[in-house]
Design a protein around this ligand. Structure first.
Ligand SMILES: Cc1cc2nc3c(=O)[nH]c(=O)nc-3n(C[C@H](O)[C@H](O)[C@H](O)COP(=O)(O)O)c2cc1C
Length: 179
């Protein structure tokens, strides 16, 4: 009987520890993603599932945006040839193009997308470097079918990561509390 009681106490303690750990993990998901996300520039040759790209895009359009005008457009390419033909990409198996009228709105959308991708086990890198090449390529621009007045702001390469870069040090003295 003593042994049974002891076993029950141990089991309950374990269950309580696991459940507490799960609660803590859930509570810290956003902060963990913000601090854990890094730009990924080396990818596995493994296609990203369309459902995950849809989920990432939906997280993007849920970003705050000025006057809820939602003046943005998201295009997703999975065609290997198209992606590898864009200079500055790194072998990711999907590329998200973000265009819009308001750069702040688009930036918020971009971070939502990257954090969701991270949450789904995917790597990303946001880039403006390839924009010149894209804008100069009439075929790609035609495929994008961007609405009138919307400027291509950046692209986000997505894929299964094949590297785990360390965080680049941040300059802490940019943060100041007012007296
Ligand atoms: C507006 C913008 C443009 C960027 N353009 C490029 C780019 O063209 N190519 C690239 O490899 N990374 C690009 N990056 C990624 C940055 O280099 C990266 O975010 C920065 O070095 C910090 O590293 P981390 O993302 O791992 O924290 C860009 C980031 C931003 C926000």
């Amino acid at each position: 009987m003593k042994k049974l009681t002891f076993a029950l106490i141990i089991a309950c303690t374990l269950i309580s520890c696991v459940s507490q750990a799960q609660t803590e993990k859930k509570e810290n998901t956003v902060t963990e993603a913000i601090m854990g996300r890094r730009s990924i520039r080396k990818y596995q040759d493994k296609a990203v599932e369309k459902e995950k790209l849809q989920q990432i895009a939906e997280a993007g359009i849920n970003a705050p945006n000025a006057m809820n005008a939602q003046g943005w457009a998201v295009r997703i390419a999975q065609n290997k040839e198209l992606i590898s033909g864009i200079r500055g990409t790194h072998g990711g198996t999907a590329l998200i193009f973000v265009a819009g009228r308001n750069a702040v709105d688009c930036g918020l959308m971009g971070q939502n997308m990257m954090l969701t991708a991270y949450d789904l086990g995917l790597g990303t890198v946001i880039m403006t470097g390839p924009l010149g090449g894209i804008k100069g390529n009439a075929d790609i621009m035609k495929k994008l079918e961007l609405p009138e007045g919307m400027e291509l702001q950046f692209v986000i390469e997505v894929g299964y990561p094949d590297e785990q870069p360390d965080a680049k040090p941040r300059k802490m003295d940019v943060i100041k509390f007012l007296e």
